[in-house]
Design a binder for this molecule. Structure first.
Ligand code: GDP
Length: 369
């Protein structure tokens, strides 16, 4: 029955099943709307009444269409990434889509990184990693949308690089794009100026246009879900534990080869071969870390996952994917990154392995700190 009904604001097909997807409307609101003949999806409703943007995500296909469309425009692209999950928040192949358009790379959630980390070093590191992905940003900027840090600088930079053009804001879900845009809206515009659009034929792109002074717009686009992130395997409560809310306090472990660290029950790190060395763990402060012997680690996990090793909680262990092992030979200071969970910095050469739930990436990268 709900199939043909469209949101008056954005044209999205109204649905009542999944509140994270486009067109979601609570059943009760839908019923009321049917009486008046006007149904807004929850996203448009919030936007109209509270000046607030909600997350939505697109399927891969629609996301590719969106990127293609952006590539054909003459515009500034603002790519928001999550500094804490840098690799997980890059958009694969973005450089191929942007064409000749300039990209401004915005690293959000800078509040969770240790304050001792120099901003210039971080920006340089981001630039290098972006280059490895083929992306050549015109500039790199750090923000904390939660604290409205650097909002003025962001707006100044946008003004500087857009050169009288439209601005598209892109990012994968969960990088803080909505939080950041909400800040921009509060600062720059009036709710009645906001427009939801879905002009692309055959898809609901659900863009939101914020008018700029010169007749151009700043356009918020939906994100794409990164499937290789830990977040997809956890419930809301666990997510609160693993997503850092404030500055991370790095934890340093002196390990001999043959020792293992468990990051809750979510991930595992083995020091297989090498001289005694120090290993620094960067994860949310509330995630409990356990050290044990490598030779006993399998049994230890079997026995304690869901209780000593949490998350996952006891009632979640049955559905939780098994941990899969990745082995790395380390030559120089390297981060072992568990997508969406954090990373362990390995200082000295040796052999290590990282384990994560099946489907979640474990990768290496040049050490950030
Ligand atoms: P979106 O999917 O990219 O639109 O992301 P949201 O704006 O919904 O933010 C995703 C999560 O990250 C939420 O839990 C936010 O509270 C959190 N978040 C957003 N910006 C920041 C930030 O600057 N610092 C921190 N620590 N968390 C943030």
């Amino acid at each position: 029955m709900t199939e043909a009904l469209q949101c008056v604001g954005c044209g999205a097909v109204i649905q009542t099943e999944d509140k994270n997807k486009i067109g979601y409307t609570p059943q009760s609101v839908l019923e009321k709307g049917l009486e008046t003949g006007e149904v807004y999806c929850q996203r448009c409703f919030r936007l109209r009444h509270y000046n607030e943007i909600q997350d939505v995500s697109l399927t891969d296909d629609d996301f590719l269409k969106l990127l293609n469309e952006i590539g054909q425009k003459n515009a500034l692209i603002v790519n928001v990434v999550d500094i804490f999950d840098f690799n997980g928040s890059l958009i694969p192949g973005l450089h191929r889509f942007v064409g000749n358009n300039p990209v401004l790379l915005v690293g959000n959630k800078v509040d969770v990184l240790p304050k001792s980390l120099k901003k210039t070093k971080l920006k340089q590191w981001m630039k290098e990693r972006a280059h490895e992905e083929g992306l050549r940003p015109v500039d790199v900027l750090l923000t904390s949308a939660k604290r409205s840090d650097a909002l003025d600088t962001l707006l100044e930079m946008i003004e500087k690089y857009r050169n009288g053009r439209d601005v598209y804001i892109v990012g994968v879900t969960n990088v803080g794009k909505s939080t950041l845009i909400n800040q921009i809206i509060q600062k720059t515009s009036d709710v009645k100026d906001l427009i939801t659009t879905s002009k692309f034929p055959g898809t609901t792109l659900d863009k939101i246009e914020i008018p700029l002074d010169d007749g151009h717009s700043l356009i918020d686009t939906p994100g794409i879900i990164h499937r290789h992130q830990m977040a997809h395997y956890l419930g809301d409560k666990d997510l609160k534990i693993i997503a850092p809310q404030k500055e991370i306090k790095p934890k340093v472990y002196q390990l001999n080869s043959g020792q293992t660290l468990f990051l809750g029950g979510l991930a595992r790190f083995d020091f297989i071969q090498g001289e005694k060395s120090s290993f620094t763990v960067f994860v949310a402060n509330d995630l409990v870390i356990h050290r044990t012997k490598l030779e006993k680690a399998d049994q230890f996990y079997e026995k304690h996952v869901g209780e000593l090793l949490q998350p996952p909680r006891e009632d979640e262990t049955n559905d939780f994917p098994e941990l899969v092992r990745f082995e790395f030979s380390i030559k120089e200071k390297t981060d072992i990154v568990f997508a969406g969970l954090g990373w362990i910095t390995v200082k000295d050469p040796g052999v290590v392995s990282g384990w994560a739930p099946k489907g979640v990436d474990v990768i290496t990268r040049k050490a950030l700190i």
